[in-house]
Ligand binder design. Sequence first.
Ligand code: HEM
Length: 154
Amino acid sequence: MFAWIEATPVALWVSLSLWAYPVLLSIHIIGLGIVVGIFLIRDLRLLGMYQGLHPAAFLPLSKFAWVGFIINAISGVLLFTSQATVFAENIAFLLKISMIILGMVLAGVIQSRMRAEIASGEGAVISRSTKIVALISLLTWAGAIIAGRLVAYI
Ligand code: HEM
């Protein structure tokens, strides 16, 4: 199946065109800047930093983070097609995708916890368990970026 993907016209365009791969990778970096940037600051706020920022500010911002994720899903799949047989067996790539899936699942968990804790009227008080989830989320996204960068080296 991956060899078939690599032989498709779009995959050949990505791999043979002078500009497609670098432009897609640039778009990919912009996407990760949006999604990881928002989730990183959210998690640091939930862990107690930037007390001037009310956690409620991240409820609408998380929607923009999903825009970043969709940009990365589209640009990532296009990048993937060009060397599908290689990436599908690359441990760093598989690790990265696993951590991205975990990061997005945790984003949903944190979003519903934040909504509930803000609605409880306790102001900006964040529970200990939500802080633990935020710490795991922060480490997961850091790991996704490191694994993503290592794809080219492993
Ligand atoms: C929010 C989600 C994502 C993040 C944070 C992310 C992160 C990264 C990072 C840090 C790189 C390395 C960039 C570089 O070498 O300059 C990268 C490259 C790449 N990503 Fe993603 N990515 C995401 C989603 C995806 C998805 C969904 C796919 C495909 C299914 C994907 C496929 C790729 C591919 C094929 C490369 C190029 C590897 C290379 O040429 O070295 N990414 N990504």
